[in-house]
Design a protein around this ligand. Structure first.
Ligand SMILES: *Cc1c(COP(=O)(O)O)cnc(C)c1O
Length: 397
């Protein structure tokens, strides 16, 4: 009998009960806008910022409307202007080049390695082309951050980190998002904390923090923050920084705070799922697992493997056969964007030159989410199905 997986790759866990209660309390009092506070009240949004700053060890934190908003806000705050070039990953999702394009700036794509991290040799070659790198820790894979920061320091490149997939992860013990000048996170439903939509931005830089807060739409109410620089930091800026409205509200913040306090437990559960997938696919001929460096403390909320140098139709057959058995694999090979998945050539507003080494990796790259509604048995079943189908259609070598 052929086994079939019946679970859903897009079903997240419910919001924890204390998050629901906190959200209901906000709805009962009606003060959803972050600056709508009663006497002496700080509000859920300011509290969330305080919590997240403490969690990441950052001096300043700002909560915003989405992860993509946080990225664009960071770019504006560091001074990226129209027609500037911004280095970024060729392997990432559309909101990253989209944030760059939203400022009228132009992405310069840097390749990906077989370990699914930014190609640091390619970065070293291209570093002179721009003043800013928007580094995407795509699918939770963290590159050698020591070498990356050395390359960028040497070339005078400012680093902004896209941590949409690394909230809670670390490199040599340092939280992801804390190597660069600014770290940006998403709290959209499919990330590590779920408020539907939402984003967070952290930095230790007083001026960047003040600019970001003004950009997000603080008006002259920036003193109602708890993880912000002192009011004096805003004096020189408040006449000059435009309001590009994108605040978070108290309802979403209320839902998020109890989730953040559970992030390390959830990361442990993700690690179990990830390890079960890895064990199940170990040693399958023709299938390459992604090496994870020892210095990387990752959150296994998704899983990738490679069918390197396989003919396209054969990869397509694996995808179709797995889908027929309930296993949804996302493939980065096809030129045509599908669902959330697209590749650098598909972003036609951002011209690029083909990168053969990157194209080779993307052509064989398969990706899946591991929602916490899965258990280890689910992962064993999913990996059995993938292993069987990969063995079944493997091309002659
Ligand atoms: C989701 C995502 C974003 C943007 O987050 P939103 O909150 O959806 O705007 C940025 N980068 C990557 C890699 C993402 O997956």
């Amino acid at each position: 009998m052929t086994e079939r997986f019946e679970g859903s790759f897009t079903q997240q866990e419910p919001i924890p009960e204390d998050g629901i209660e906190a959200a209901v309390a906000v709805m009962r009092h009606g003060r959803l806008h972050r600056y709508n506070l009663s006497e002496g009240e700080l509000g859920e949004t300011a509290l969330l910022e305080q919590d997240f700053a403490a969690m990441t060890g950052a001096r300043y934190c700002l909560a915003v409307a989405s992860g993509g908003y946080a990225l664009a806000c960071a770019l504006r705050a560091v001074g990226v202007a129209p027609d500037d070039r911004v280095l970024t990953n060729a392997f990432t999702l559309a909101p990253v080049p989209g944030a760059i394009a939203s400022l009228g700036a132009e992405p310069v794509f840097v390749g990906v390695t077989e370990d699914l991290v930014i190609d640091l040799d390619d970065l070293a070659e291209k570093a002179a082309a721009a003043d800013v790198l928007m580094l995407s820790h795509m699918r939770g894979h963290i590159c050698d951050m020591d070498r990356l920061m050395a390359i960028c320091r040497e070339a005078g490149v400012t680093v902004i980190e896209d941590c949409a997939h690394t909230m809670g992860a670390r490199w040599r013990g340092v939280p992801s998002g804390r190597h660069g000048l600014v770290g940006c996170y998403s709290t959209q439903t499919y990330k590590h904390a779920n408020s539907g939509e939402g984003g967070l931005l952290v930095t230790d830089d007083e001026e960047i923090a003040a600019r970001s807060i003004l950009l997000s739409g603080s008006y002259m109410l920036y003193e109602r923050h708890a993880a912000a620089p002192p009011a004096a930091a805003f004096d020189r800026l408040r006449w000059h920084v435009p309001n590009v409205s994108g605040r978070m509200d108290n309802l979403r913040a209320a839902i998020l705070r109890p989730q953040l306090s559970r992030l390390s437990d959830r990361s442990e559960r993700w690690a179990e799922l990830y390890r079960a997938m890895e064990a199940g696919l170990w040693g399958v001929p023709g299938l390459t697992l992604v090496q994870r460096p020892e210095a990387e403390d990752f959150v296994g909320s998704s899983f990738q493997f490679l069918l390197l140098d396989w003919p396209e139709p054969t990869v397509a057959e694996v995808v179709a056969r797995c889908a027929a058995r309930g296993v949804e694999l996302k493939w980065f090979g096809p030129e045509e964007p599908a669902g959330f998945t697209s590749r650098y050539g598909a972003w036609r507003y951002a011209p690029s030159v083909p990168m053969p080494r990157t194209d080779r990796v993307l052509a064989g790259l398969l990706d899946m989410r591991l929602p916490l509604t899965f258990d280890v048995e689910d992962c064993r079943l999913i990996s059995r199905i993938i292993a069987e189908e990969v063995r079944g259609v493997r091309p002659a070598v």
